[in-house]
Design a protein around this ligand. Structure first.
Ligand code: BES
Ligand code: MN
Ligand code: ZN
Length: 497
């Protein structure tokens, strides 16, 4: 973990920068200052979103970043472009980004654009060097300046919000990238608690004994095969009273739940070696939830937010649960565990029961839950499922604004019978492999109090990548932090739910 790049706002490009980004729209290539359109076209640069053209003018490396057609170019394209730039020039100490002129992108909201560029610059410069002391010594970017012209004050405020967001994403990535052998449930909870306390959140850590006393049977069941005790971290964010808009009003409450399997071997239903290699990432949902929580105070979010993140690894010790074993969940449901690799839903179920007991206005859970979701949507898109179309739409729109990709999958009521068990209330896997993401969602739904709007995000694909993708690096991506922050920052308490 090196320090995140410092983003500065200035009127013009500082002379000290050795790498400079300028943007281009595909339908306005002739508007790029200092480079002829013919030169760009000859080099194969069309201005498509995600494209970049590197020009070396002596001391200065200039990078032209494509935003696509001006009609669709906005903060989403700017964020990605800024990230690609920061990654490409990460050996330059001082870099600069020329914010596009208002004439180029007339429909762009300036504040949103500056925030997006700030996020992109920080996100693109990320690298995980904790276990690479030599890499940590190399020259890297320490500051990035956005040249914005005259609107310095507005830009500084927007950039500060971008900084807070991107730092939260960095924290999630660092947690996900840390190996399962060092980021045990105990270490995970302690690291999260330290950061949460510093941020001003209320922190509660449940130990193994307390988890058992609270009858969180699914967490105990998954933990049986492990030498490491489980944890359950509860964080609470209370907005400052002065953030209340209406007199005598009450803040809405949102509950967040995240899967925190610090390593998933599959348990006795052991994974093949190749599938196990990246399974330190199986706590990415919890990491994203915790990181989101730590950013809420600095963003002055006007929603009360409570989070529950169950933490354990899924191992094969002598006391591990056997396929066919039955446990009782906190809400009294009995579950027959036919596949111990279907562990995420067991720990999430308990956290969803706890979340429901808070009587929140909505619940969002995040989990690297199924390979089936990756088969359906690939590595760049998360699956979204929910019990309330209006709330699902709200989360989809927040994701779209934040530049994160989600796609809704159904929760077909008639698929629920696939979870009927001969010996218990439920079995933890369906009858076959088909529709696995939806079947997992239906299992979770059994533990959400009916009437509470709930969204489940299966982020097995985008949580961890084997190659960079836009603003996401190889390895832990911090996926969903931006979506959750956007959702909570723009929550409209006056709206009927
Ligand atoms: N953690 C995995 C899902 C996963 C797979 C996350 C790949 C990230 C990348 C989860 O616990 C799991 O093993 N799911 C099983 C469920 C099956 C046994 C019903 C799966 O998807 O194979
Ligand atoms: Mn598993
Ligand atoms: Zn898992």
């Amino acid at each position: 973990m090196s320090d995140p790049v410092a983003v500065k706002i200035a009127k013009t490009i500082p002379g000290s920068a050795t790498a400079l980004a300028v943007t281009a729209c595909s339908d306005r290539l002739s508007k790029v200052v200092g480079v002829r359109k013919a030169a760009m076209t000859r080099a194969g640069f069309t201005g498509a979103a995600g494209q970049s053209l590197v020009l070396n003018d002596g001391e200065l490396t200039r990078v032209i970043l494509g935003l696509g057609p001006s009609e669709t170019a906005g903060s989403v394209q700017l964020r990605t472009a800024a990230a690609l730039f920061a990654r490409a020039v990460n050996s330059h100490r001082k870099i600069a980004f020329e914010f596009p002129a208002a004439e180029l992108l007339p429909s762009l909201d300036f504040d949103e654009g500056v925030r997006a560029v700030t996020e992109g610059l920080i996100l693109g410069a990320y690298s995980f060097d904790t276990h690479k002391p030599k890499a940590a010594e190399r020259t890297r970017t320490d500051s990035a300046t956005i040249a914005v012209g005259d609107q310095i004050t507005a830009a500084r405020i927007a950039a500060e919000r971008g900084r807070v967001t991107a730092h939260a994403v960095w924290f999630a990535r660092d947690l996900v990238n840390e190996p399962g052998g060092t980021l045990t449930p105990t270490v995970f909870a302690d690291r999260a608690a330290e950061r949460a306390t510093a941020a001003g959140l209320t922190v509660e850590i449940l130990t193994e004994k307390e988890i058992a006393a609270e009858r969180l049977g699914g967490i105990i069941a998954v933990n049986l095969g492990s030498e490491e005790p489980p944890r359950l971290l509860k964080l609470t964010y209370e907005p400052r009273a002065d953030l209340m808009q209406e007199e005598g009003g009450e803040f809405p409450t949102v509950a967040l739940v995240g899967k925190g399997i610090t390593f998933d071997s599959g348990g006795l239903s052991l994974k093949p070696a190749d599938s196990m290699m990246t399974m330190k990432c199986d706590m990415a949902g919890a990491a994203a939830v915790i990181s989101t929580m730590t950013a809420l105070p600095e963003l002055d979010v006007a929603v009360r937010v409570v989070s529950f993140t169950p933490m354990t690894d899924n191992m094969t010790g002598g006391n591990a649960q056997r396929p066919g074993d039955v446990y009782t969940a906190r809400n009294g449901t009995t579950v027959e565990v036919l596949n111990t690799d279907s562990e995420g839903r067991l720990v999430l179920a308990e956290a969803l029961v706890l979340a429901s007991e808070e009587e929140p206005d909505a619940i969002v859970d995040l989990a690297t839950l199924t390979g089936a979701c990756m088969v359906a949507l690939g590595n760049s898109i998360a699956g979204l499922m929910g019990n309330d179309e209006k709330f699902s739409d709200k989360v989809k729109q927040a994701a779209a604004r934040s530049g994160e990709r989600v796609w809704q999958l159904p929760l077909p009521a008639d698929y629920r019978k696939g979870l009927d068990s001969q010996v218990a209330d439920l079995r933890n896997i369906g009858n076959g492999r088909l529709g696995g993401a939806s079947v997992a969602g239906l299992f979770l739904q059994e533990f959400v109090e009916p009437g509470i709007p709930w969204v489940h995000l299966d982020m097995a694909g985008p949580a961890f990548l084997d190659a960079p993708d836009g603003e996401y690096p190889k390895g832990g991506t911090g996926f969903a932090v931006r979506t959750l922050l956007e959702l909570l920052e723009t929550w409209d308490s006056t709206e009927e739910s």
